[in-house]
Design a protein around this ligand. Structure first.
Ligand SMILES: NC(=O)c1ccc[n+]([C@@H]2O[C@H](COP(=O)([O-])OP(=O)(O)OC[C@H]3O[C@@H](n4cnc5c(N)ncnc54)[C@H](O)[C@@H]3O)[C@@H](O)[C@H]2O)c1
Length: 250
């Protein structure tokens, strides 16, 4: 075990699959105690078991990020199990391709509840524990979709842009508490969901990337590892774009 996160206790949403599962593995391998939280309980339990078998320390918690009561329970369980909470990664998210007229009210509200309100719930519930712990770090997964627009996916762009600025607001509010808040903006990333896309769609998404390929989920996790480690002790209120150069050309 390397130790860039030794002494940290991290709650990671979306921890059962895709990017979040990569965060759980990378954080645990760097010495963090990890609570992996998701709604896919079977997959999440497997991720935690795998970490524990590899010599790390992880638990799985059921957490629908759109439910404040789930957040209250998950933060309490994490603190009960590991003694404190120092680190929060809001990774859970969904995607919809509906446009300004075609999006439904239900679809809009569901996406905003998970991708935007869920991030606020997470921060407001974790921050009091981080204050007790003497500081902490929050990484919110936004997207390149927060930085420039494409037609369609109106709710997704709206939520990811909100997460970008919500992260900066919280960074300013809690800087003097030693709580750092940053956002990560991945481009096309080959998570389980992305792998299931038809080959021609994957090619269409990868072709415009200057580096010519999707990111691996671990390549996003390494950015979060830095931001949540003490190496980033003076880094707050900023954004880390990890997109193979995609947004450099806009
Ligand atoms: N994959 C990409 O290309 C890409 C690019 C930019 C940003 N992102 C963002 O990265 C994050 C992770 O995406 P991914 O590609 O790994 O997706 P994924 O679908 O592979 O994994 C998302 C995880 O979030 C969980 N989840 C969904 N709704 C939830 C809820 N209400 N409560 C708790 N957990 C819930 C799912 O069960 C799943 O385990 C998302 O926020 C996504 O918007 C992804």
């Amino acid at each position: 075990m390397a130790g860039r996160l030794a002494g940290k206790v991290a709650l990671i949403t979306g921890g059962a699959a895709g990017m979040g599962a990569a965060f759980v593995r990378v954080f645990a391998s760097e010495g963090a105690k990890v609570a992996a939280a998701d709604i896919q309980d079977d997959l999440g339990l497997k991720v935690a078991e795998e970490v524990n078998r590899a010599g790390g320390e992880a638990i799985y918690l059921h957490l629908n990020v759109a439910e404040q009561r789930d957040w209250t329970a998950a933060v309490a369980q994490t603190v009960r199990r590991f003694g404190k909470l120092t680190t929060l990664c809001n990774v859970a998210g969904i995607y919809r391709t509906e446009g300004t007229e075609t999006e439904t009210i239900e679809g809009w509200q569901q996406l905003i509840a998970i991708n935007q309100t869920g991030v606020w719930f997470g921060m407001r519930t974790a921050i009091p524990e981080m204050k007790k712990a003497g500081g902490g770090a929050i990484v919110n997964i936004s997207s390149v979709a927060a930085l420039s627009a494409r037609p369609m996916a109106v709710a997704y762009h709206a939520a990811k842009a909100a997460v970008h600025l919500m992260s900066k607001v919280a960074a300013l509010e809690y800087a003097r508490d030693g709580i750092r808040v940053n956002s990560i903006h991945p481009g096309f990333t080959m998570t389980s969901t992305a792998s299931a896309l038809p080959e021609e769609m994957k090619k269409a998404l990868a072709d415009p990337v200057p580096m010519g390929r999707a990111a691996a989920p671990e390549e996003i996790a390494y950015g979060a590892l830095y931001l949540c480690s003490d190496e980033a002790a003076i880094v707050t209120g900023t954004e880390l774009v990890i997109d193979g150069g995609l947004s450099a050309r806009h």
